[in-house]
Design a binder for this molecule. Structure first.
Ligand code: 2IT
Length: 444
């Protein structure tokens, strides 16, 4: 394949979509060598087919706010690729959401879901709706309005949405409630449901826990352990909280936590009170970390990013492109050992290149955060079988998935000098399963 030409075509066909182009570029550049050695992929035009979503659904969402005013938002579902299973992927509510955002996320999701070991295709949805500052009733009305448009396109064996930024258990509940009413059925059409109504017990923790299991696997592969390692974490959702909780439980020192307003520096490993307070801050919907510093008497640095502080491990858990080349250079200068992307595409391409060039151990989000959608896959299995598993059972399966992802990254990413290129490993391993399925399934 001619990567330059393919990327030029993707850029021409998808004008003004830099995030999608960034995600596609990273994948194509890292699988190029593998694809060149296996001409069948070229014969079946697998790459050309893979960079084109199966279909995109766009709709108007109208809802009435507490003042009686009618509001209009845009809703989307990008059904990217269902070669290996039903479309699966979250729904994001954030004012920055555009089609570009959801195409990049849906593309990433296809590779990530392939890595989980479970039969799930890739999809993503969302809206430019901003949940910040909205009342409980406004959130409910918006979720219901969104689902009245979406529900005909999804199904337990067709397309199974879940949460993402701005969509947690509460929003999943309102959307699932509306689906149930419209479709007159109670099926596993969404994941991230409450544990009392079909949810998997460990789903809220799964992404962060899985990320830390992946960090552990990477450390083990380099003859290190997590105990005593200092960590910086960005972000406000379940992901950051899950990562902080598991890292602390395993004996790491979560030193820095950041929000859009700045960051805090803990002096000692986090206490249960502090971990619980992260959840409180999140549910306050204010997205600020300063109150943590006020409550626990630790240092707050306003308006700066977490990445300027010296730590052993950095874990971006917030947003795409939240760690750029300057941040990477600062981390490298401070002697960072590992950067584990837990947010989707949390690092810019330049940042990844700088980290890899400096031989910093680097994991891409599609490998490290796959535990979230992995446990969603377990929730689908439980719903289909009308059964429930204990937290221990789910955790054991999550462990297996993260181990398998790590093994695959090593298998396809280990370089001659011994450095493990986890980006390359994850992309090739994720690609093979989807590509081979597309060949097996014929051209249709
Ligand atoms: O980015 C992700 O993997 C998610 N937001 C979770 C998707 C899911 O279907 O659980």
């Amino acid at each position: 394949m001619n990567v330059k030409q393919l990327l030029a075509d993707v850029e021409a066909k998808n004008p003004g979509e830099p995030l999608f182009l960034q995600a596609v570029t990273e994948v194509l550049e890292t699988i190029e060598e593998y694809v060149a050695k296996n001409p069948k992929y070229d014969k079946y035009s697998i790459i050309e087919r893979m960079v084109e979503p199966d279909r995109i659904i766009q709709f108007r969402v109208e809802w009435v706010d507490d003042n009686g005013k009618v509001n209009v938002n845009r809703g989307y579902r990008v059904q990217f690729n269902n070669a290996i299973g039903p479309y699966k992927g979250g729904i994001r509510f954030h004012p920055s959401v555009t089609l570009d955002t959801l195409k990049f996320l849906g593309f990433e999701q296809t590779f990530k879901n392939s890595l989980t070991t479970l039969p799930m295709g890739g999809g993503k949805g969302g809206s430019d709706f901003n949940p910040q500052g909205k009342s409980e009733n406004e959130i409910m009305r918006f979720c219901q309005a969104f689902m009245t448009e979406l529900y005909t396109y999804i199904g337990a064996d067709k397309d199974v949405p879940a949460g993402d930024i701005g969509v947690g258990g509460r929003e999943v509940g309102y959307m699932y409630g509306m689906y149930k009413k419209l479709a007159r059925e109670n099926t596993g059409v969404m994941t991230g449901k409450g544990a009392g109504w079909g949810g998997s017990i460990l789903r809220p923790e799964a992404t962060g826990f899985g990320g830390v299991y992946f960090v552990n696997n990477m450390l083990k592969a380099h003859n290190m352990t997590i105990e005593g390692k200092s960590i910086s974490i960005s972000g406000f959702g379940n992901v950051a909280w899950g990562a902080a909780t598991k890292a602390t439980e395993l004996g790491a020192f979560v030193k820095v936590i950041s929000g859009p307003d700045g960051y805090i520096i803990n002096e000692k490993p986090m206490t249960q009170d502090q971990l619980d307070y992260m959840l409180e801050l999140r549910s306050s919907n204010n997205n600020v970390i300063k109150p943590y510093a006020d409550k626990f008497g630790v240092k707050f640095v306003a308006g700066k990013k977490a990445w300027e502080v010296k730590v052993d491990i950095a874990m971006p858990c917030a947003f795409q492109n939240e760690l750029n080349a300057d941040d990477a250079k600062q981390l490298i200068a401070n002697g960072v050992t590992m950067v584990c992307e837990v947010s989707n595409m949390g690092c810019t391409a330049d940042a990844i290149h700088a980290l890899q060039h400096a031989k910093v151990i680097f994991a891409p989000g599609k490998a490290a955060n796959a535990g979230g959608v992995g446990v969603s896959g377990l929730e689908m299995s439980q719903n289909a079988g009308h059964i429930s598993w204990t937290g221990e059972e789910v955790d054991a399966k999550l462990h297996q998935m993260m181990d398998s992802i790590h093994e695959n990254c090593v298998k396809y990413g280990k370089q001659e000098d011994g450095y493990i290129n986890y980006v390359k490993g994850a992309n090739i391993a994720g690609f093979i399963k989807v590509a081979d399925a597309m060949i097996d399934l014929g051209v249709c």
